[in-house]
Design a protein around this ligand. Structure first.
Ligand code: GLU
Length: 297
């Protein structure tokens, strides 16, 4: 029996959708829909201090205006803290995780990597982060477009944080628990998330689950090589006139567009793109400069 493809787009509501996040939405959508799969949307609102009021709704509205159709209900990580906490409690009880009070300064003084100073200290949870005891270090993984990707050994070996000292759940933990719970079979996202992939696979191993497959899309960068991100104030994409930006995102993903596509409806454009999507058209580089990095004047 073959498993049905289930993909997802998982934006953090730290600002409106920008060109880079549109590329991630589109790439994951085409990869899912070209395999008759499902495409889920999950809002990763794990970090309230970095969120902007109204950004979740705006992201959803933009996806709708651009013509994306998601399957099922939208899931919000802010409503799933019990799932994350109960896994942490279980790992602490089994001595697979522990409390740590090391500061960034301490870790920097140790050479930039956490050396396990708190591992055997039996600290209490007060003013402490929670770290996973690394039992499954991942030093390479296979990306379906880019092949084997190496991860620096010291990074792979680190007991990384699964809950922060300020009480917020770590992205790696939440993403893996949610992807498992939602039955995701493949993760398609920007190449800025290549590095954490190793840690995410270690979490699958720790949980005794088979990891998803991974496809990392080229990252949209500005003229100076900086990633387009909400933190860098990348401009929001045009919500009122989606077609030009949608076509630009398709070109970014390696499509050569037929001339008459200019007159097609959004729905026709999506149908055409789903039919013609092929992994081999994707550019091989991991970073591509885009003119969408500057606010239109
Ligand atoms: N929430 C992450 C972001 O917006 C993406 C997470 C993922 O796709 O794994 O950068």
């Amino acid at each position: 029996m073959t498993t049905q493809y289930i993909g997802r787009f998982a934006p953090s509501p730290s600002g409106p959708l920008h060109f880079g996040s549109l590329v991630a939405a589109l790439g994951s959508y085409l990869q899912a829909k070209s395999q008759q799969g499902q495409w889920l949307v999950r809002i990763e609102d794990l970090d309230p201090p970095r969120e902007i009021v109204g950004a979740s709704d705006l992201i959803i509205e933009t996806l709708e205006n651009y013509g994306f159709e998601w399957d099922g209900e939208i899931v919000y990580q802010s409503q799933r803290h019990d799932l994350y906490q109960s896994q942490i409690d279980q790992w602490i009880k089994q001595c697979n995780a522990y409390f740590c009070q090391c500061t960034r300064k301490q870790i920097k003084a140790d050479g930039g990597f956490y050396l396990g100073r708190c591992k055997h200290k039996q600290l209490s949870e007060e003013n402490a982060s929670v770290r996973l005891v690394m039992q499954h270090p991942i030093e390479s993984f296979s990306d379906i477009k880019h092949g084997t990707i190496q991860i620096p050994s010291q990074l792979a070996q680190e007991d990384f944080i699964i809950k922060r000292r300020d009480g917020l759940f770590a992205y790696n933990l939440a993403v893996v628990l949610d992807d498992i719970e939602q039955g995701i079979t493949e993760v398609v996202r920007g190449a800025d998330l290549i590095e954490p992939t190793g840690r995410q696979i270690s979490l699958y191993r720790q949980l005794g689950k088979k990891e998803v497959s991974y496809l990392h899309l080229p990252l949209a960068v500005d003229d100076s090589g900086n990633k387009l991100s909400k933190q860098n104030y990348a401009p929001a994409i045009d919500n009122a006139d989606p077609k030009p930006t949608l076509l630009a995102a398709l070109q970014f993903l390696g499509f050569s567009l037929p001339k008459d596509i200019e007159t097609a409806t959004l729905n026709e454009i999506f149908q055409w793109a789903i039919k013609n999507w092929q992994l081999k058209q994707l550019p091989t580089g991991l970073e591509i400069t885009t003119p969408f990095s500057k606010p239109a004047i």
